[in-house]
Design a protein around this ligand. Structure first.
Ligand code: NIG
Ligand code: FE
Length: 442
């Protein structure tokens, strides 16, 4: 009989999302690995046993036992695409959009992302951290245990590095584990919007900003990462977060064209980054093919992806991340066809894309609810999409996202006896307890 730190037993449904070390694709996404009357044994922040309650009782004992009768026990959510480090809000733009303004037009006229860039440049580091911490608190309360966070509201070296410092401080001081993504290629900053005349170099143009990203920003950020706690921390408890640092690009009309996106992604790859790319949110510029061919870990949004690119995605290791909260937020009727992608054997993850412009939403459960209704996914598919597949989409498929022996004990106890309620009901919150690295944090 092994003594452990914590046993959770008698769950109405223990939903493991177990994947055996591989991302789930196609029909596998409908299997959530449910165990009726299930239990977990946890020590040192790691899952030691998973099974029926009587099997766990045969092998493990603990002074700390949670009786989960009538409840669902499932993995904490992973949110694989967010932009939650920023200052201020975009309430004025929200009202403009209600009155009919278009997201890309607002951006072209110096608003949108650029308005958040101005507010983020002006914010001091502590203010930025505290505003962002409140967003992480909400994500945690809604069940997220691990989140990717992108930079991209600095668009100069100094502010992009300030954003990375905020991300690092939050990772060290918040229960949510963070995977950082460097996104200086979010849009062009106002100081690089000029049209370069062939005679004078007086005005900096977009291609000069691409030069700055490739020659200065990407090298400085990876140097920062290598010397940050992300690479130097050693945890004795639970599997440590792997050393992942992603670079991302917004390949879109009024943002980075295909050639510019290619330069950024290829430079990043050469410097040792893993890759992600925002593609096909509004316009198909060919970014999906480019990113898949470069071996991107994920391609995100996919609203305009072609059938041919869906085939490429299905045949690749790249994971498609869809962001149904964005379409919902825009009041759009068109959504990325995640149904078609799963039926074509793609591996799909779902994110909130929590950000001030296109998706001010902290809840993965709400993203699941929207994906079921507008993308025609089943609750089982959405649960795998916000847990195990989302974990693979941030490079942590071996560490989090499922309840399997050896994984980090990031667990939710839900106040319902059927996990499908997560997607069926919307606007509420079924999360009753969150266990992070074996400790009850909510
Ligand atoms: O994923 N599309 C680009 N980036 C974000 C939006 C950022 C913003 O509007 O502030 C997105 O939708
Ligand atoms: Fe995004």
């Amino acid at each position: 009989m092994l003594k452990v730190d914590l046993i959770i037993r008698n769950a109405a449904q223990l939903v493991t999302c177990a994947a055996g070390g591989k991302v789930k694709r196609g029909a596998e996404m409908r299997n959530v690995g449910g165990v009726a009357g299930g239990a977990l044994a946890i020590s040192d922040g790691t899952i030691l046993g998973v099974g029926k309650s009587d099997e766990i009782a045969e092998h493990y004992q603990s002074e700390r036992v949670i009786d989960a009768s009538g409840k669902v026990v499932c993995p904490a959510f992973v949110d694989p695409h967010t932009h939650i480090v920023y200052a201020g809000d975009r309430l004025d733009e929200f009202e403009l959009k209600i009155k009919g303004a278009d997201y890309l037009e607002i951006l072209e006229n110096g608003g949108g992302i650029i308005s958040t860039v101005q507010q983020t440049r002006e914010a001091d580091l502590n203010g930025l951290i505290e505003q962002s911490r409140r967003r992480l608190d909400k994500m945690l309360a809604h069940g997220t245990g691990t989140a990717e966070i992108k930079t991209g509201y600095g668009l100069n070296t100094e502010t992009e590095l300030k954003m990375l410092k905020a991300v690092a401080e939050l990772d060290q001081t918040h229960h949510i584990d963070i995977v950082p993504t460097f996104l200086p290629a979010h849009t062009f900053p106002p100081e690089y919007k000029g049209v370069q005349s062939p005679k004078s170099k007086a005005q900096s143009c977009p291609d000069d900003y691409v030069d700055l990203i490739c020659d200065e920003m990407l090298p400085k950020a990876i140097e920062w990462f290598v010397n940050s706690h992300f690479c130097t921390k050693q945890t004795h408890q639970a599997p440590p977060t792997a050393h992942q640092f992603f670079a991302d690009v917004f390949c879109e009309k009024n943002a980075f064209n295909l050639e510019q996106s290619g330069r950024v992604l290829k430079t990043a790859k050469r410097l040792g980054y893993k890759l992600k790319a925002h593609v096909d949110e509004f316009t198909n510029l060919g970014g999906a093919r480019l990113a898949i061919e470069l071996g991107a870990t994920s391609i995100d949004h996919l609203d305009q992806i072609s059938d041919e690119e869906i085939k490429l995605l299905a045949a690749s290791e790249t994971i498609g991340i869809v962001t149904p909260t964005v379409n919902f937020n825009f009041g759009a009727t068109h959504f990325a066809d995640a149904r078609k992608m799963i039926d074509a054997n793609c591996a799909i993850a779902v994110s909130t894309d929590y950000n001030p412009g296109s998706a001010p939403c902290p809840s993965q459960a709400l993203a699941m609810a929207i994906a079921c209704r507008y993308q025609k996914l089943l609750p089982s598919e959405t649960l795998n999409a916000v847990t195990i597949n989302a974990a693979f989409a941030v490079g942590l498929g071996a560490t989090v996202g499922s309840l399997e022996v050896g994984k980090r004990a990031d667990v939710l106890i839900l106040d319902t006896d059927d996990y499908r309620h997560l997607a069926y009901e919307f606007g509420g919150n079924f999360v009753q307890s969150i266990i992070k690295k074996g400790k009850i944090v909510i």
